[in-house]
Design a binder for this molecule. Structure first.
Ligand code: C5P
Length: 210
């Protein structure tokens, strides 16, 4: 789901992601017997099944810390797969005011700073190793050709194994989704509009094929 990047104690920058796709992936992986840890944004508007271990984060930096803590751990606890379904904020306000910005003053200018790309960092660090398997999402608003091209670029840029491409209009805040799976071997597959639980299972099947 969405991060919340604070501006002052009462305001934040965020996006429309609900977190439903990430929770569906966690639930379906858990149903298949996986040991699942779900790291999700405080803005997620979904209930998480209680047996799943959860870490709630506010910001992209907090998410990065939580992800790294779970990835850079003892050999026996290292995850086999990391799925980044989160709509991580690309930018955060450069400075956070410690007092509420008053309406009476001048209209504030909010400078932005780029957030680190958590998935790309994992891909670069992993190098030639193939563990953990890395899966990313790619949300677009254009045409299918562009979506597939972006998914392929992200596979290379982030050095990951599978990208799940989807359109914001099909995905955000809905119980259903339509996705395209593009993997590092060049395989490409469309998953027609269906409930996120079914989409999640198709993503997990694609991970097993890797
Ligand atoms: O480059 P783009 O933001 O479209 O990439 C989306 C993918 O990268 C998603 O899997 C998302 O969770 C991940 N991401 C990330 N850290 C960011 C931005 C995106 O891990 N700062």
């Amino acid at each position: 789901g969405a991060r919340r990047e604070p501006i002052d104690p009462v305001r934040f920058v965020s996006n429309r992601s609900s977190g439903k796709m990430g929770v569906a992936l966690a639930r379906e992986a858990f149903r298949r017997g996986a040991d699942v840890t779900l790291i999700f944004g405080v803005g997620a508007k979904v209930r998480v099944p209680t047996p799943i271990k959860c870490v709630v984060v506010n910001t992209a930096l907090e998410m990065r810390e939580a992800v790294n803590e779970h990835v850079h751990t003892s050999e026996s606890h290292k995850p086999d797969v990391v799925i980044m379904a989160a709509a991580v904020a690309d930018y955060r306000p450069s400075s956070v005011r410690d007092q509420k910005i008053k309406k009476s003053g001048k209209v504030p200018q909010i400078g932005l700073t780029k957030n680190p790309d958590i998935l790309q960092e994992l891909g670069v660090e992993r190098g030639e190793e193939r563990r953990p398997v890395l899966v990313g999402f790619s949300v677009e608003t254009g045409e299918i050709d562009e979506l597939l091209q972006d998914a392929r670029s992200k596979l290379n840029d982030k050095k990951v194994d599978l990208i799940v491409g989807n359109f914001a209009s099909d995905a955000f805040d809905l119980d259903t989704n339509r996705v395209w799976l593009v993997d590092r071997s060049g395989r490409q597959e469309e998953v027609a509009l269906s409930y996120k639980s079914r989409v999640a299972n198709r993503v997990l099947d694609a991970i097993l094929r890797l």
